[in-house]
Design a protein around this ligand. Structure first.
Ligand code: HEC
Length: 144
């Protein structure tokens, strides 16, 4: 049978083609840290929670000892809540998102009152979902 290898190849190709959309559909259901969460942190948190650096001739240290510009430092957390900034699987124990959900009047509300817009409920839910799903950073490492 001359046609068998061709048919087998066609079957493999067809399988390959048909599984590709399924895989990406599954990935699309999971929150992608780098694409979906990082931009929120960059916009609302980085100006106070980045690695120590010089700005206008002054050394700027991360507030509360908390850095949010790298995967390892996000897990390490800050002075008050070490190892509780992000607790994988437990959004209600994770200060990263707990502080965002606090009312402006609360001392621990992030960003602090007058220092930026409240994070939208939709984005808070997205971050909670990411933590519930296991808080994976994918291949993102950020600043060491
Ligand atoms: C204008 C500066 C500023 C911005 C912007 C800001 N923070 Fe903070 N953050 C602080 C300060 C100051 C502290 C220390 C507060 C304290 O200990 O009372 C702090 C502390 C924290 C802590 C507690 C860390 C610890 O373990 O002690 C968390 C968590 C936190 N911030 C998360 C965030 C998140 C998430 C964002 C963005 C939504 C954000 N912050 C934006 C100034 C800021």
């Amino acid at each position: 049978m001359k046609t068998t290898p061709t048919l087998a190849l066609a079957a493999v190709l067809a399988l390959g083609l048909s599984t590709t959309p399924t895989t990406s559909a599954q990935d699309a259901g999971k929150v992608d840290f780098e694409k979906q969460i990082l931009p929120i942190l960059k916009e609302s948190c980085f100006k106070c929670h980045e690695k120590e650096h010089e700005e206008n001739g002054k050394m700027k240290k991360p507030k509360g000892g908390l850095r949010l510009d790298g995967a390892a430092v996000i897990m390490k957390g800050g002075k008050e809540y070490p190892n509780e900034n992000v607790v994988a699987g437990k959004p209600d124990a994770s200060w990263l998102v707990k502080t965002m959900a606090l009312p402006d009047s609360d001392d621990m509300a992030m960003p602090p009152e007058g220092k930026g817009d409240r994070i939208s409920a939709a984005n808070i839910d997205l971050i909670k979902k990411w933590i519930t799903e296991g808080a994976s950073f994918g291949s993102w490492k950020g600043v060491e």
